[in-house]
Design a protein around this ligand. Structure first.
Ligand code: DCP
Ligand code: MG
Length: 381
C-alpha cells in the first residue's frame, strides 16, 4: 500500500468503484427509463452520449433514497448529473415517466435495431447498416438476408482466427441459436455448467482452481453468460503453458460435445463488435456450451467464457472479470488518475517505475489501489 488510509466509499463519489451499488436500487423505474435512452444512443452510434447516460444511471443506482421533488436539489449536486440529466430526472419524478424514453420504446427503428443486436456478432454498426442500406426490419428479414447473401455478410466477427476444430459462430448459426442465447441462465445452471467444465479439466490437469465471475458473482439471479477464471499453481507466466491449457480444455470440451462453437480463442483481443468493454491480455475462450443430455431435461445453448490466468494474476483476473463494466472502468480510471497505477485483469503496475504487484486476494487488491473493500454484491454500478 501507500501508507495512507483507503478512501471510504460513498454514494456521492465520482468513481463507481467507490459507490456501493446493490443489484436492485430504490429508484429502479428511473434507472430503467434512462436505460432506454442510453440503449438508443448506443444503437445509433452516439457513444459519448450513451456513456453520459450510463454514468448518470450508475450514480442513480447507488443513491440510497427514493427520489422525490424534495430531493432534486441534492440529486443535482451528485457527480455526472448535468442540466440535461437533471431535467430527465425531474420529468420522471414529476410525471412518473420520461417522454423521450416512451417515444424511443415505441419507435419501429429502435425495435428493429434492438432485435438485430440480440444476434451474437451483430453490433450497433452492422444493425444500422442492415436497417438503412438493406432495408431489413425483422428477424425474419435477417434470416432471409443471411440465407440468400452468404458471400456478402456484413459480419462484425469476420476477422476471427480460430485455431481449434470447433466451428466459429457465423451470423447464420447465431441466428439459429438466437432464442437459446437470449434466454437467461439461472444460478443453479451456472453452477452446474461450472462443475461439468471443471470435472473435465480435472481429468486433463488435476488441481486447477476456478472462480465463477461476472454477474453471477455480483449476485444476479439470472445471467446472460457464464464467466469462469481458471488457474493452476504450477502454471508459469510468460510461457505458453497458460495458452496450452486453454487450448487443451477447449479441444476436450468440443470433442465431448459440451462446446459447440468457439468464437475466439487467444490472448489477443477479438474484433471490436464481439465485446465493447475493455480487453486485457489474458488467455480467453469465448464459446457456446450445451449441457450433456443426462444433465438437463431441456438443453439450451449457453454462452461460456473461460479465462485462463497464471497464479500471480489469478486475483486481478477475478476482480477484473467480476464487473460491473462501469465498476471496472472506474477502477482503471481511479488507479491511473489517483494512484499512478495501471490496473487491469492481467495485473497491477506502478507507472513511475513499472513495479508489478501480485496480490493474493481481492482485499489486497483494494488495499494496493487505496480503496475501501466493496463486496461483489455491491459492485453493480
Ligand atoms: N470485463 C471487463 N474487462 C474485460 C473483461 C471483462 O471489464 N477485459 C468485465 C465486465 C463484466 C464482466 O467482466 O462485468 C463479465 O462480462 P459480461 O459481459 O459477461 O457481463 P456480466 O457477467 O456482468 O453480466 P451478464 O453476463 O449477465 O450479461
Ligand atoms: Mg457474464
Amino acid at each position: 500500500g501507500f501508507g495512507v488510509e483507503p478512501m471510504k466509499a460513498h454514494y456521492t463519489s465520482r468513481y463507481a468503484c467507490l459507490r456501493k451499488c446493490p443489484l436492485i436500487c430504490p429508484n429502479e423505474g428511473l434507472a430503467r427509463q434512462l436505460g432506454i435512452i442510453r440503449r438508443s444512443r448506443e444503437l445509433e452510434g452516439r457513444d459519448s452520449s450513451a456513456l453520459s447516460y450510463e454514468r448518470t444511471i450508475s450514480v442513480i443506482k447507488a443513491y440510497p433514497y427514493i427520489l422525490n421533488t424534495s430531493r432534486l436539489t441534492e440529486v443535482s449536486e451528485l457527480p455526472s448529473i448535468g442540466e440535461k440529466m437533471l431535467s430527465k430526472i425531474t420529468e420522471y419524478v414529476t410525471y412518473g415517466k420520461i417522454r423521450e424514453s416512451q417515444t424511443i420504446e415505441g419507435s419501429p427503428r429502435f425495435q428493429s435495431l434492438s432485435a438485430f443486436t440480440t444476434v451474437y456478432g451483430i453490433g450497433a454498426t452492422t444493425a444500422r447498416k442492415l436497417y438503412d442500406s438493406f432495408g431489413l426490419r425483422t428477424i425474419e428479414d435477417l434470416e432471409k438476408h443471411y440465407t440468400s447473401n452468404p458471400p456478402h455478410l456484413p459480419r462484425d466477427n469476420r476477422e476471427s482466427k480460430i485455431n481449434t476444430p470447433a466451428p466459429p459462430l457465423s451470423i447464420k448459426a447465431a441466428l439459429a441459436l438466437r432464442t437459446d442465447l437470449d434466454e437467461k441462465i439461472p444460478r443453479a445452471e451456472v453452477e452446474l455448467m461450472h462443475d461439468i467444465v471443471m470435472a473435465e479439466l480435472e481429468k486433463l490437469r488435476p488441481g486447477c482452481l476456478s472462480t465463477i465471475v461476472g454477474g453471477y458473482r455480483r449476485g444476479k439471479a439470472e445471467s446472460n453468460d457464464v464467466d469462469i477464471v481458471i488457474t493452476h499453481s504450477t502454471l508459469e507466466s510468460g510461457s505458453d503453458q497458460v495458452k496450452g491449457l486453454g487450448e487443451q480444455l477447449v479441444n476436450r470440451l468440443y470433442a465431448c460435445g459440451l462446446i459447440t462453437h468457439v468464437m475466439h480463442l487467444s490472448g489477443f483481443n477479438p474484433p471490436d463488435a464481439l465485446r465493447t468493454s475493455h480487453w486485457d491480455s489474458l488467455e480467453k475462450a469465448l464459446t457456446v456450451f450445451i449441457l450433456p443430455p443426462d444433465a438437463a431435461p431441456k438443453r439450451i445453448h449457453r454462452r461460456l467464457d473461460l479465462i485462463f490466468a497464471a497464479p500471480e494474476v489469478y486475483w486481478t483476473a477475478i476482480t477484473g472479470w467480476t464487473g460491473s463494466k462501469m465498476f471496472e472502468r472506474d477502477l482503471r480510471l481511479w488507479a491511473k488518475v489517483e494512484r499512478g497505477l495501471k490496473f487491469d485483469s492481467s495485473g497491477i503496475t506502478r507507472r513511475r517505475d513499472s513495479k508489478q504487484y501480485f496480490p493474493q486476494s481481492e482485499k489486497e487488491i483494494f488495499g494496493i489501489l487505496g480503496l475501501e473493500w466493496i463486496e461483489p454484491n455491491l459492485r453493480n454500478a
